[in-house]
Design a protein around this ligand. Sequence first.
Ligand SMILES: Cc1cc2nc3c(=O)[nH]c(=O)nc-3n(C[C@H](O)[C@H](O)[C@H](O)COP(=O)(O)OP(=O)(O)OC[C@H]3O[C@@H](n4cnc5c(N)ncnc54)[C@H](O)[C@@H]3O)c2cc1C
Length: 480
Amino acid sequence: MNSFEEELRKTVDGRLLVPGDDITRYTVDWTGRWKSTALAVARPRTVDEVVDIVRVCQRHGVSIVPQGGNTGMVGGSVPSERSIVVSTESMTAVGKVSADSTITVGAGLTLSALREVAQSHGFETGLHIASAESATLGGIASTNAGGARVMRYGSARARIAGLRVVTANGDVIDRRQTLPKDNTGYDLVDLFIGAEGTLGIVTDVTWRLVEPNADTVRILFRFGSVDHAATSLPTLRRLPGVEALEWARGQDILRVARHLDAVPPMDTSGFWVFAEVAETERTKRDSGDAGLLTAAEPVIEQIIAEADLGTDDVIVAESANEQRAVWAFRESMSEAISADGVPVKLDVAVPIEHFASVCNDVDAAARSVDPDSRTALFGHFAEANFHISVLPPEGTAQYSEEVADEIEDAVLALILGAGGTISAEHGVGRAKQRWLHRQRGQAQYELMKQIKTSFDPDQLLNPGVLFPDTSIAHNEETPA
Ligand SMILES: Cc1cc2nc3c(=O)[nH]c(=O)nc-3n(C[C@H](O)[C@H](O)[C@H](O)COP(=O)(O)OP(=O)(O)OC[C@H]3O[C@@H](n4cnc5c(N)ncnc54)[C@H](O)[C@@H]3O)c2cc1C
């Protein structure tokens, strides 16, 4: 055992894994595209242990990759062979719900565990992502995760009231119990949100809980084409109590149907929109208990008329079972795609007026690199957000890095050309690092680099994420 490993082992009281142990789940990402190894995986339980780890790594010039559930889609949680993983999986403390409906939890608590706690106190989390079983609050904060209810509750940033963070020099920034009004200088909490582990290690998250829904109805629309759906988006947004508008191409529903071994509830040609309308006890009382469907019906009629939908093109799911069955065709999309191969994943958004044309052109962009590529598209309609997966031809497990880069370049050029963003929710990570400069321009890129340097001058935290890896550890031998 070298002295680095010995010192590290002491910081976490033996909760250290090294390459001889089974560390694969920490070194390969969810998509399977990013694979590596690490010098070690440290699993601290307390903020003090995180501080000690940072100090040992600082002394030995070893970089740190913070990791939560490892469900990120851009390779940001995957270590290099010259770094260690700091996994927050053992940091799962749960605080009390405070009078302002916030709760402070350990960064390693999963979103579904937080949901259980919230529900036991009569609240909800207000964040819905399909990776909730594994994604952690620290990862969610660090990626500013979005998901299906952003149109109602905002991204993670809107739900985070405070954070505790260990910086690259081992300082603890404690902003857990912030006041509703506090205009004292720079908002450090906001800076750590979405920083993808490049500015500090989040150890605790203070979360704003939301009122639970008393009633929910899900409505599935099948539009003849994406153009019809895009034309109806302003009307879909007017559905009373709407909190989610999701989309998928009919042709991609077939893959999910195969994966779930389920029969699609309607024709799989055209473009599907999954709408969810909901009301809380309070909004229910305010509306005189009129009923969700009664309120939604005139708007549904308007959508049917303006998009020329048939009676078979609209399904209203009222019971919990019907709702689950319908939503499964959207929620199981990522799993179904991964079951078909290792995709090149992109998560982009465009101005709504370009949504239909981009949707129609993505296939061609991917096929300009590989005519046999298979593209799957779905996403969050309200924000014109696309999750794009480009799968290699059947029989090929995975694209080479070179071809994957070419595919990314072709699709992202289309997105930037339409005035869009190369990352709507998943972040930049390692996968999109070389695009950040083009997305944000010279002035913003330089300012972001200066922020990184002032927080982390030695490039200890997540080198290679957001910016090229220029860390000391990048070219040196294994520490002694
Ligand atoms: C099936 C599926 C569906 C998904 N759906 C959505 C979706 O709808 N919306 C969405 O936004 N994302 C989605 N994601 C992506 C992913 O779940 C989110 O990005 C999530 O927030 C990552 O959380 P995590 O704990 O797994 O983080 P990780 O994957 O472990 O890490 C992600 C990034 O955050 C950093 N990080 C993690 N923990 C910390 C910490 N404590 N301190 C500092 N940095 C840290 C890592 O270094 C890395 O850069 C989905 C993923 C899957 C697999």
